[in-house]
Design a binder for this molecule. Sequence first.
Ligand code: AMP
Length: 395
Amino acid sequence: MQSVSNYNFSGKKALVRVDFNVPLNDRFEITDDTRIKATIPTIEKILKDGGSVILMSHLGRPKDGPTEKYSLKHLVTPLSIVFGVQVKFATDCIGDDAVELAEALKPGEILLLENLRFYKEEEKGDVDFAKKLARLGDVWVNDAFGTAHRAHASTAVVGQFFNEKVSGYVMQAELDNAKKILENAERPFTAIMGGSKISDKILIIEQLLDKVDNLIIGGGMTYTFTLAEGGKIGKSICEPDKVELAKSLLEKAKAKGVKLYMPVDNVCADDFNNNANRQTVTTGEIPDGWEGLDIGPKSVELFQKVVAESKTILWNGPMGVFEFPNFAIGTNAIADAVVKATEENGAFSLIGGGDSASAVNNAGYGDRVSYVSTGGGALLEYMEGKVLPGVAALE
Ligand code: AMP
């Protein structure tokens, strides 16, 4: 795979797929620019080489074509500030103005295309649409790991129209770090899986059972396991139709010699809100009308000990409803333990996308773990052993 670091972009127009799917508030201001900042090294490298950059991305999930709310024009000013050049904007990603602006682009300049998903052809992976995008650049750079699991026009299909295909720094870092975990993990290797549902994580958990020494399970998915073991879970989130699956996972872990750790106590609430009444109970003893929203202090102690003894840590999914500060204590305590293991014991820690990444960033720990992945679903699919179309297109 050709990497951005050893490709010379001098005189080239680089068509760069980025993931600028950033959250915007009611005034169309960016509330978290992590994804934009992540692309700075790739874009600066191209400009420094004497190339020009044509940025393409999606934003949100527009249903019926152009929508003000999902327009990438809201990013023109913030991007101009970040990159120190006035970013040009094409109001139609494959229109005449895009072609004209791309043709006139000089070395050192940046052109941003309007939201790719204003055309339904993008998500359909339409070949003609991809061909029209390809007209705009001389070389295709894919730096959008977060959408690499989708065979969309700009993330994969467009690759067939280029002789020169280059992976950006974000893509490279994501793949390198995921490979490090999957292929070269120093032991003991501990995976911490949380989040709401077992059904979302089952494939990755099964894959990990072949690789890890310890598997910690927390968050909402625990209650399906508790149910499988005949415990009382009150009105906690659970998937009764996945009870058999939970049982078979427990058996598989045992057969493979993986040490499985589940919460031994739970903080439960009488309502799903931050100010609900709280009580801590032993696992399997949640009273009727109450729901488990966090792991309890004994579980924190147990999990912290396992994390402290680990040399490789993969974490995906919060330990509870961390969006409510009163139920974020378990998640924050685990974040704390992962940071300690990284800083004090030299463990390699990868935080896997989505909610666990925001939990770690919210706690101010983003720079104190080894790597925070920006690719939620893509990282999970990669770890499940699937071929990512956006990566395959680069090869
Ligand atoms: P996921 O996207 O599967 O990683 O799940 C993340 C979501 O799971 C977060 O929004 C959490 O609020 C939610 N979650 C974690 N623990 C619980 C729980 N005990 N009950 C309900 N939701 C939970």
